[in-house]
Design a protein around this ligand. Structure first.
Ligand code: GLU
Length: 306
């Protein structure tokens, strides 16, 4: 499929906000793109609330998200899916990876990781999403690991190197092309090792974003992932998880972001208006959505290219 074309196949997209705050214009833009991409070909647009982080997710943010989307004139198909109600599926998937020896418990705190990196000659230190885990707990002796599991809170990390080796072994020793396709970037060769051993289950949350999103996109039959380009690098990990679980790989459409004039992210931009504040101030949401569709941005906003 070439850029900008409507695919001649059934399309299912989704908008998957985390209810850790109110939505802003960047979210509106992303939701509109996912919605319109599906609707252009008569496809389905799903809404998934990514509320696995019980400490930061709030029910009042969920209510505001639903009201904001309706205000923008975006209607979704079927029931809203809440990740917090699917924890048993994530746990089962994690158990399957434990049984295959592809994850290991990690007892490190953020401070431990930072110290370890500072003290080691290990390079490179930075991956696409921050510091690369130096692998401290990967090397723990089995008896130490067992004793600590009982005594200390721990996360579970994917042993990325072992996982890639397993995908190769499952493919009769042939290294399969771990590629994925993006409407704007073309074919991408996944480099999951660039992320290091990512966390799949956190100390304080039973699944990480990576695990939940890879499983849910497949479970919901999502054919096309339309999301901001900030999540482009994470797709390499999702691609590896798809290969490990035998899940289909959707088509990706990582779009440009709305930013402030200096390229700063909206969430961090002081005073960026929330959709709720615009809605409560009496703005017409459908008209705003149409302006965003037409590329007309409020004063002080720019859009990075797709
Ligand atoms: N929940 C993620 C977020 O709000 C988006 C997940 C995705 O689109 O893959 O940033």
């Amino acid at each position: 499929m070439t850029r900008g074309q409507v695919p001649a196949r059934p399309v299912v997209t989704r908008f998957a906000p985390s209810p850790t705050g109110r939505l802003h214009l960047g979210h509106a833009y992303s939701a509109i793109r996912a919605h319109d991409f599906a609707r252009a070909g008569g496809g389905a647009f799903l809404l998934r609330i990514e509320d696995i982080d019980g400490t930061r997710s709030r029910p009042e943010h969920v209510d505001a998200i639903l009201a904001d989307l309706r205000w923008l004139g975006l209607d979704w198909d079927g029931e809203v899916v809440f990740q917090s109600r699917r924890l048993d599926r994530y746990a089962a998937a994690l158990d399957a990876l434990k049984a295959r020896g592809l994850v290991y418990p990690c007892f490190c705190t953020r401070a431990d990781v930072a110290r370890e990196i500072a003290e080691s000659a290990f390079a490179p230190h930075a991956g696409p999403d921050g510091p690369i885990y130096p692998g401290t707990c990967r090397a723990l002796a089995p008896d130490v690991r067992e004793a600590r599991i009982k005594a200390k809170p721990h996360a579970w990390r994917l042993d990325v190197e072992a996982a890639v080796a397993r995908v190769v072994a499952d493919n009769h020793g042939v290294r399969p092309p771990l590629t994925w396709h993006d409407e704007f970037a073309g074919t991408v060769a996944a480099d999951p090792a660039a992320h290091g051993d990512v966390v799949l289950a956190r100390k304080d949350a039973p699944a990480s974003y990576h695990l939940a999103v890879a499983l849910d996109d497949a479970a919901q039959g999502v054919t096309d992932v339309v999301r901001g380009v900030d999540l482009f690098p994470a797709t390499d990990i999702h691609r590896l998880l798809q290969a490990l679980f035998g899940l289909p790989t959707p088509e990706y459409h990582h779009h440009g972001l709305l930013t402030g004039p200096g390229g700063e992210r909206l969430a961090k931009r002081h005073g960026a208006p929330t959709l709720e504040s615009l809605r409560l101030a009496g703005e017409d949401g459908r008209a705003l959505a149409d302006r965003l569709r037409g590329g007309e941005l409020p004063v002080g906003f720019v859009r990075t290219s797709d």
